[in-house]
Design a protein around this ligand. Structure first.
Ligand code: NAD
Ligand code: UD1
Length: 338
């Protein structure tokens, strides 16, 4: 069975392509390389020994989508393509809504025309806003996210919701990721931010490799055990497996299904720094600075629904997340560029 993977050259997409190949699927990647490199696909081929069909193009290109659906008999679409920089989305909301929401709608339209109705969407825990309960289960109501990036994820979920009401035979999943980190254990693929990273673990690894001087810890006065923010970090390989398990489920069940993909454990910023230092043997100097606007104190998943319905649970611990991050970072100090 052939799966169209949009954004498959990116961080989570490339690891999921590997998991799909491993599960016996064929894959075609559509990516405009806005935030990724063709080299990631070569590396996926190197690890898997399989060929990965690749088309450089944009999910907003209706003609290209029409051609792809005419040329290939896709059984499903996994949609990772999107922009993800929270700060940039505040400055360029139109760009984010056009790419993330517009792109998703074009894709769903092309699927409808082709009669392909199985769709897995990369959503985010950001759709819960400032959650009323912790851990966060899928029953927790969504709330208006504080930035256009988060809002674009919620908007696409709402589009999927209305589509599933109008056409109940669609088989759709919104996977709400918590904080993906880590890399493939080969050290050949991983997260490769093109700019100064916004997210914690990529920032820590750039400090450890000596590219950045020190980490700024955003606040130590939260209501958490050590005062720093607590998040549910999940290994990207566990996340990738969650996509395969969701796809298998959709092959049997219609409707829109929502699953949290998290471990259920929360770690503070300072715990993350300490774990990275142990795994890498490198010092990670840091300073405490004021809180970052829009951050919440604590966020971790209730992941029982995915465990019960998909038989999925995260298997890799914090040490594996950090060891694999460091192997990728130290083997590829310049990411895919060097
Ligand atoms: P990424 O930037 O590494 O991957 C996204 C890929 O999509 C890139 O390869 C990029 O070139 C491609 N792309 C962007 N716009 C495109 C377009 N219009 N047409 C074709 N390709 C396009 O990001 P990632 O971390 O792998 O995230 C994948 C998805 O998961 C995104 O939708 C992201 O919003 C979502 N997500 C990520 C996180 C996270 O922490 N990384 C958390 C929650 C949700
Ligand atoms: C952020 C986004 C979220 C997005 C997610 C994945 C914000 C407000 N939220 O989530 O919408 O879905 O990334 O892309 O941007 N931290 C530091 N120093 C740093 C970086 C982070 O102390 O240099 C702290 C943060 O305050 C937080 C934790 O580390 O407590 C994790 O931060 P980050 O990796 O950016 O993820 P989120 O804020 O959870």
């Amino acid at each position: 069975m052939m799966i169209l993977v949009t954004g498959g050259a990116g961080y989570i997409g490339s690891h999921t392509v590997l998991a799909l190949l491993d599960a016996g699927y064929q894959v075609l990647v559509l990516d405009n390389l806005a935030n990724s490199s063709r080299e990631a696909i070569h590396r996926v081929e190197q690890i898997s020994g399989a060929e990965v069909a690749f088309v450089e193009g944009d999910v907003r290109d209706r003609a290209l989508l029409g051609q792809l659906f005419a040329d290939y008999d896709f059984s499903a679409v996994m949609h990772f393509a999107g922009l993800k920089a929270v700060g940039e989305s505040v400055e360029k909301p139109l760009m984010y809504f056009d790419n993330n929401v517009g792109g998703s709608i074009h894709l769903l339209e092309a699927m409808k025309v082709a009669g392909v109705k199985r769709f897995v969407f990369s959503s985010s825990a950001t759709v819960y806003g400032e959650p009323a309960e912790m851990p966060i289960s899928e029953r927790c109501p969504t709330a208006r996210p504080t930035n256009p990036y988060g809002l674009s994820k919620l908007m696409v979920e709402q589009v999927m919701q209305e589509l599933s009401v109008a056409e109940p035979d669609w088989q759709m999943a919104a996977l709400r990721y918590f904080n993906p980190v880590g890399a493939h254990e080969s050290g050949l693929i991983g997260e490769d931010p093109s700019d100064i990273p916004n997210n914690l673990v990529p920032y820590i690894s750039k400090v450890a490799i000596g590219e950045l001087v020190q980490l700024s810890v955003f606040g130590d006065d939260y209501n958490t055990p050590d005062g720093t923010g607590v998040r549910d970090y999940i290994h990207v390989l566990d996340l990738a497996q969650g996509h395969v398990d969701a796809l298998r489920y959709l092959e049997k069940e219609a409707g829109l299904h929502v699953w949290n993909l998290g471990t259920g454990n929360g770690y503070s910023v300072l715990e993350m720094v300490a774990a990275f230092e142990v795994a890498s043997g490198q010092a990670v100097p840091y300073q405490i600075v004021p809180r970052r606007a829009g951050d919440i104190a604590t966020c971790y998943a209730d992941s029982h629904k995915a465990a019960t319905e998909l038989g999925w649970r995260a298997e890799r611990d914090l040490n594996a997340m950090m060891t694999d991050t460091w192997r990728w970072q130290s083997n590829n100090p310049k990411g895919y560029r060097g």
